[in-house]
Design a protein around this ligand. Structure first.
Ligand code: SF4
Length: 244
């Protein structure tokens, strides 16, 4: 699964130049979890991450290359939750190394969708997440009580990694949180859109889109993403192929 590799490179170029701290994953660090999503009322909130008017981005990228995602860890660029005093910019990026079969593309695609939905199954106490897939944003309301109890990105990262690793195809997970105002949130959001475009193109391919690039509306993304055309022509074997 190398379709997202160039996006991983572009993403790393955006956050690796920022000051950061990191923690290796330990399941015991995970933050207290609720059974389902919790409503944090505005009157109980300490602040919002990625609130309206602030930078915000959220996306997941996949690879099978151990050089790109080498271990389970959480990275933070910017202030931690106990240091934040008001609404601020926020991005959460997840890089996953997967070990699914490369010779069965449709199974790979289904696995990616299953793994992506893991983010909807993390319910940290005092941490209300609103994901907006259409705008690639993630907004979080953090309760004053959770801040008082010591909620941290180290603990949240462990919660997310634990959920991703429930899927046996996830070999390593890196969760990157950004709150640094110096981060380029517009560029991160553009990468979130590209990631969604790659996944959306895979959907169309596996729904039986004809293999004729000359009239295909997805040509821009396939021209940019290495391996996409090869994947489609492999899937469409037997039909007429018009590369252009
Ligand atoms: S490979 Fe060609 S036909 Fe297939 S989705 Fe990409 S542009 Fe369209």
């Amino acid at each position: 699964m190398e379709l997202y590799n160039s996006l991983i490179g572009e993403t790393k170029a955006l956050y690796e130049k920022l000051p950061q701290v990191s923690w290796d994953y330990n399941a015991r660090d995970a933050w207290t979890s609720n059974e389902s999503s919790e409503l944090v009322l505005q009157k109980d909130a300490a602040y919002e991450l990625g609130a309206s008017g602030k930078g915000s981005a959220n996306f997941v990228l996949f690879t099978s290359d151990p050089a790109l995602v080498a271990k389970d860890q959480t990275i933070l660029c910017g202030k931690d939750l106990r240091e934040i005093k008001g609404d601020c910019d926020f991005a959460r990026i997840v890089l996953l190394r997967i070990g699914v079969l490369d010779d069965d593309d449709e199974a790979v695609y289904r696995t990616l969708r299953d793994i992506e939905f893991s983010k909807y199954h993390v319910y940290p106490k005092g941490y209300m997440v609103r994901i907006s897939p259409e705008s690639y944003r993630e907004q979080v309301r953090v309760s004053r009580d959770a801040v008082r109890r010591g909620i941290s990105f180290k603990a949240l990262g462990a919660s997310y990694i634990a959920e991703y690793k429930k899927n046996p195809n996830v070999l390593n997970a890196t969760v990157v949180f950004l709150t640094d105002p110096a981060a380029d949130y517009a560029a991160l959001k553009a990468l979130a859109k590209k990631s969604a475009d790659v996944t959306g193109t895979l959907t169309h391919i596996f729904e039986g889109l004809p293999t004729d690039c000359s009239v295909c509306a997805l040509k821009d993304i396939c021209d940019e993403v290495e391996g996409m055309k090869e994947l489609h022509f492999g899937v469409g074997a037997g039909g007429s192929v018009h590369k252009s």
